[in-house]
Design a protein around this ligand. Sequence first.
Ligand SMILES: C[S@@+](CC[C@H](N)C(=O)[O-])C[C@H]1O[C@@H](n2cnc3c(N)ncnc32)[C@H](O)[C@@H]1O
Length: 368
Amino acid sequence: MEYIALCALGLEKVLSNELKKMNYKIEKANDGMVEFLGDDYDYYKLNVHLRTAERIFIKIGEFKAETFDELFDGILDIRLSRFLPKNGKIVIDKVRTAKSSLYNQSVIQSVVKKAIIEKLKKEYNLKFYNEEEGIYKLRVYIKRNKVTLALDTTGEGLHKRGYRKLVSEAPLRETIAAAMILKAGWKRKHVLIDPFCGSGTIPMEAAMYGLNIAPGLYRHFSFELWYNFDKKRLGKTKKEAVDSIKYTDLKIYGFDKEYKMVEIAKRNAENFKLDKYIRFERNNMESIKLEYDEGYIITNPPYGERIKDKKHAEKIYEQMRYLRKKYPKFKYSIITSHEKFEEFFGAKSDKKKKIINGKQTLYIYEYK
Ligand SMILES: C[S@@+](CC[C@H](N)C(=O)[O-])C[C@H]1O[C@@H](n2cnc3c(N)ncnc32)[C@H](O)[C@@H]1O
């Protein structure tokens, strides 16, 4: 079976590394998509275990099309009964086109849906296709006239782990926080400090990674609504994940100047019973006193889209020089939408990585 894992643009390498660790061989990785081969039911474990993927698709078919007729015929050439049942609700969830002759999304949507129903009727020898049982969400990507039809196994994006009931004003996406931690090379034996923790996303993701808690353990997936859903298999996948949790002491600290934020972060940690593993404290970045002189500072300081907020953020970056002076042996990984962060922080990063997450562009600055 061919799979596509979706991630924020720029995180393909981190996601590929996660997949390689799970013994998958990467076929392709670009444009926020990582493609690889796997067994028929691998989407159970992929959804449960991947930290930086946003969604897992089964690639149903791929073909060239420059006209609507070619689009229709291309779908007719795919053996759809391998993936879709004789009475499922077929939803064309999203259409994305780039540099292609076909671009009218709503027409593409209806042509693809018509062709799918036509083909399923033929394959199942039906007069009518009744959309009665289970929901099957499909996406159509058309890039340079190459059509990819993909079946979404995930549903609500994988960043929704379930612990973050309350958020800060500018919460960081859980999958991106996880990517920062993996990319920085933090391991459970190391100290991790987030001086601008907000609702605690970075410390939470670190604690889950440090204890080997699978991020999808406490949530549901869209494949649970399919006719062939194997409850026992998902139960077994989750049980194996639970059995591989390694409870151990962690040195993870989150600080924020807002008392309210610290309370929210604590509550989020309690939701996943991680409050024992993370220390959240109200403190200004400027007055943090650490009992360590080595470790990782992984953080998401304020950035502000409005000019006034941006100026304020720049001041904070200047004040962050203090951290680096006081804790020079720490490794730093900082994420912000500010393209000139380094100027204010007063040091050129060893690595700068651009991440595009929907409409938002972010940069990860790493200092080794
Ligand atoms: C972009 S938010 C962090 C969001 C967080 N990553 C999350 O997912 O919720 C920045 C945080 O920095 C805090 N903050 C701003 N200035 C600060 C300072 N001088 N010291 C400590 N915290 C500060 C704000 O209260 C805010 O919660």
